[in-house]
Write a protein that binds this ligand. Structure first.
Ligand code: SPV
Ligand code: MG
Length: 286
């Protein structure tokens, strides 16, 4: 099945589905091997792996180049965290065309201003895009896609910016009417209360997507009960790799030896396996 159709199936599934962050081809392959049905190409993680900030310091073509490796490495669909669409309606159209060329399942755009800032950094100070302008961006993206199954997820940042539930619902509804295939409601609170209040009011208007990074203690069944379509585990592979790299680097530095880390790092054979080295040898023989 096409990756776009696979992703649409996830959104339309009658149960809550889960996708996992990846930030390069290797991580994408690991996500697929772990059994996930989709990948979140996180803007924060993609930026962090280059040690730049989540403020569009990475150019959109650098993002698309990274995605190409990820898409080649996995057979499950990728939802790109497309920030604000990297500009106006016209940039959005070009983005959608380039994503389709790279076999990406869909893109999520958020109603902030370019260049954006991560939602967890002074979210309340962040400016929101004018509703009509953002709706135009969604419509332009939908017009630009050539594959009917390519999905555009509209991310509502009203709760992040402190504008309240009513504004969040107003924006979600406007984006749905503009053609968004799903609405992502984001929150920086430590509990899911405001997201669940949104979900109750939202009902089944169109698929609802959430990112429980901050309200991670909420039992997952609660999302199912509230009819959340898609849960994004947004930044956990980059967080895991940072922790492991820090520990490994400091142990080797302190002990001036590899002995202490040998048992906990991936073997060289494991790297070869993840790269598909066997296929190379077989192809060479053929
Ligand atoms: C990302 O993964 O880049 C996101 C989600 O936008 S978060 O950073 O958790 O807001
Ligand atoms: Mg992001």
């Amino acid at each position: 099945m096409k990756k776009t159709s696979q992703f649409r199936e996830l959104l339309d599934s009658s149960q809550t589905e889960f996708i996992m962050e990846a930030h390069n081809g290797l991580a994408a392959r690991i996500v697929e091997e772990a059994g996930f049905k989709g990948i979140w190409a996180s803007g924060l993680a993609l930026s962090a792996q280059h040690a730049v900030r989540d403020n569009n310091e990475l150019s959109w073509t650098q993002v698309v180049d990274a995605l190409e490796f990820m898409s080649d490495a996995a057979s499950i669909p990728i939802l790109l965290d497309g920030d604000t669409g990297y500009g106006d309606f016209n940039n959005m159209r070009r983005l959608v065309r380039k994503l389709e060329q790279r076999d990406i399942g869909g893109v999520c755009i958020e109603d902030k201003l370019f260049p954006k800032t991560n939602s967890f950094i002074q979210g309340e100070k962040q400016e929101l895009e004018d509703i009509e302008t953002f709706c135009g961006k969604i419509r332009a993206g939908k017009d630009a896609q050539t594959d009917d199954d390519f999905c555009i997820v509209a991310r509502v940042e009203a709760l992040i910016a402190g504008w309240g539930l009513e504004e969040a619902l107003k924006r979600g509804e406007a984006y749905r009417k503009a053609g968004a295939d799903a609405i992502l409601i984001h929150s920086k609170k430590g509990t899911a209360d405001e997201v669940l209040a949104f979900a109750r009011e939202w009902g089944a208007r169109c698929p609802l997507v959430i990112v429980p990074t901050k309200y991670y203690t909420t039992p997952t069944e609660v999302f199912w009960v509230h009819k959340v379509s898609l849960v994004i585990w947004a930044i956990h592979l980059i967080r895991a790799s940072i922790r492991e790299m820090e520990a490994t680097a400091s142990k080797i530095q302190q002990t001036v030896s590899l002995v202490v880390v040998e048992g906990r790092v991936a073997t060289v054979c494991e790297i070869f396996r993840l790269q598909g080295a066997d296929e190379f040898l077989e192809a060479e023989k053929r």
